[in-house]
Ligand binder design. Structure first.
Ligand SMILES: [Zn+2]
Length: 98
């Protein structure tokens, strides 16, 4: 079971739906590359929390294909309930859209 406190924002966490796949878009990829999430992976969806960005960064860094594909520009996080969250890389900051 997940802890009540988020390790990224140190706040009381609300957890997302379980993550199934992270689709990574990057200049060095001809098509988006799917990274399969660890079973039961969830992230904190607190208002000012950047756990989602941390999730994408870790996923991209964990695989040699996405790691060597250049700066990712966009990622789509797909959840077990069929919903998805669009994450856009904006240089200094990152924008997440439901
Ligand atoms: Zn958090």
């Amino acid at each position: 079971m997940y802890a009540a406190t988020c390790q990224v924002c140190q706040d009381k966490a609300r957890w997302s739906e379980e993550v199934i796949v992270v689709l990574v878009f990057a200049p060095g990829l001809t098509k988006p590359y799917p990274l399969i999430a660890a079973e039961g992976y969830r992230y904190c969806i607190g208002g000012s929390c950047d756990a989602l960005l941390t999730l994408v960064r870790r996923a991209v860094a964990s695989h040699p294909v996405t790691r060597s594909a250049g700066q990712w520009t966009r990622a789509i996080v797909l959840h077990a309930d069929g919903s998805g969250t669009n994450v856009l890389w904006k240089g200094s900051g990152t924008v997440a859209m439901a």
